[in-house]
Design a protein. Structure first.
Length: 152
């Protein structure tokens, strides 16, 4: 199994701001820099008097910025945060907490022809999200596919 894989980068910023009246769980943007934003409070996993947001860049923007994200952590965070306020229309407010994290090899935007790899001679299998695509459920799909191959 020999295939070319082009991995894409991702830069994610998590912010905490004062409570807003926005009753929304997420935004998907048609923007060159900010791909989507999720309001973590909407998942009812966190108890906070403030709004907790995850802002995720587009792969295209992150691919250009990832190599210097550690040095430009504050600058890149500010760019994503400013886009968030502009695109959502939420009134810009003081940011109480900012966490920036980047992944150089975050996802494979072009799925492979196979969802997992199983070598019966070696009794060795490989599954990963990057076999299937860039979404979070891709890892589960790949693992389920490998499970079926092992049990055939």
């Amino acid at each position: 199994m020999k295939q070319n894989i082009k991995m894409d980068a991702n830069i994610t910023v998590m912010i905490e701001i004062k409570k807003t009246n926005k009753n929304v769980s997420s935004y998907l943007f048609n923007d060159k820099i900010l791909g989507w934003a999720a309001k973590e409070n909407s998942k009812k996993r966190f108890k906070s008097k403030n709004d907790l947001w995850t802002l995720q860049s587009t792969n295209l923007w992150a691919n250009k910025k990832i190599n210097k994200n550690k040095e430009n952590n504050e600058k890149n965070s500010k760019i994503l945060i400013d886009r968030f306020f502009k695109l959502t229309g939420i009134k810009k407010t003081k940011i109480l907490t900012i966490l920036n994290h980047g992944w150089k090899y975050s996802s494979n935007s072009r799925p492979l022809k196979t969802k997992s790899y199983w070598n019966t001679k070696l009794n060795l299998g490989v599954c990963a999200d990057w076999f299937v695509g860039p979404r979070v459920e891709a890892g589960w799909i790949s693992a389920n596919d490998l499970f079926k191959k092992i049990n055939n």
